[in-house]
Design a protein around this ligand. Structure first.
Ligand code: UDP
Length: 325
């Protein structure tokens, strides 16, 4: 049966892909977004422009509308910014989510899927990282996401809220039809920067360190396709609406790729070499970070469809050549 879903932060990169997946399978979507980093053009459904720091706006959006569930993507998500403005991260990511949970309770909305991150683990002590790995965020951004997970667990235990946290590794790629994609300002992520460098639209890519203890000396990350992230959200929501209390799961491809391997893949896909130079390490980057996603495969039957790096980058390339915003 079609679900009614409020997607908070649904104009952003991952949220907009989730909205598309829900709409394509017949669910009714309403987006709540302040458009601070999201894009109006990414929203096909009803859009409520509002800020999660405004409790009245959230109550008005939720009350009396018969939502089955909330998906929550709205957050500031830049590690570097969080190091210089931690209070913003606590006010928005943590305080805003507290407002959302209270408004959900007020409106009797029983379930939430929350956009969490591998940054809650901090420096990995074992690889691949599974859900039992110790939590030790290294930035206010990671801490804000961990604090929200703890709020969700508490509301699940004490209020009967159904809550699922999905811990993304490196979200990548774009909608395969080319109608949605990644557009950050400023752009800091490797794949869009490498594609722009290959097109000559940006200066040569800076490779942040080639002296790590990895096979080619560059950092290893786990790139997971944004539509595979979207399908996990739908599975988590469906499980909760069928009676599950929810849970917390990693979302990765279980494969690591180095920065240089990403540049080689970009060159294969675009047919153009990626101009680059070796730059100093970026503060806070662990040498390698990749996930075990065995738990969500076993518990929710998640099966990522786009695990091949070239295939992921092909979708990002289609978007990079003709972005709509
Ligand atoms: N990276 C890089 N040059 C860039 C941007 C990123 O070498 O201009 C590296 C970064 O050090 C990391 C990987 O690419 O090892 C992925 O970085 P990104 O910022 O895309 O995601 P993160 O892993 O920080 O979430």
């Amino acid at each position: 049966m079609a679900k009614r879903v409020l997607v908070v932060g649904g104009a952003g990169y991952i949220g907009s892909h989730c909205c598309r997946l829900l709409e394509d399978r017949g669910d009714e979507v309403v987006v709540f977004d302040d458009l601070s980093t999201g894009h109006r053009g990414a929203v096909r459904s009803e859009l409520i422009v509002g800020d999660i720091r405004d409790p009245a706006a959230l109550r008005a959006a939720l009350r009396g509308r018969g939502f089955d569930a909330v998906m929550h993507f709205a957050a500031r998500a830049m590690v570097g910014e969080s190091m210089v403005r931690p209070s913003l991260y606590f006010a928005l990511n943590v305080g805003g989510t507290a407002n959302l949970l209270d408004a959900m309770r007020d409106a009797d909305v029983p379930a939430i899927v929350f956009s969490s991150t591998c940054a809650i683990y901090g420096a990995p002590q074992t690889q691949p990282v599974d859900e039992t790995h110790p939590k030790g965020p290294l930035s206010p951004y990671g801490l804000s996401k961990l604090q929200v997970e703890q709020m969700l667990e508490t509301c699940r235990a004490l209020e009967g809220l159904r809550a699922s946290s999905l811990r993304y590794f490196n979200a990548a790629g774009a909608h395969p039809d080319g109608s949605l994609g990644e557009s950050h300002d400023p752009e800091t992520h490797l794949i869009p920067l490498a594609l722009a460098a290959a097109m000559g639209a940006r200066p040569p890519l800076e490779v942040f360190g080639d002296d790590y203890d990895t096979p080619d000396g560059t950092c290893i990350r786990d790139y997971v396709h944004v539509m595979d992230l979207a399908s996990a959200h739908a599975l988590a929501m469906d499980a909760m609406l069928a009676g599950s209390p929810g849970g917390a799961w990693n979302l990765g491809s279980e494969r690591g790729h180095s920065v240089l391997q990403v540049l080689e893949s970009v060159a294969r896909v675009t047919g153009r070499p990626v101009p680059h130079r070796i730059a100093p390490r970026r503060a806070g980057d662990p040498p390698a970070l990749y996930a075990s996603s065995a738990l969500i495969r076993a518990e929710l039957g998640w099966t990522p469809q786009r695990r091949d790096l070239d295939g992921i980058i092909e979708t990002a390339w289609r978007w990079a050549r003709s972005p709509r915003w």
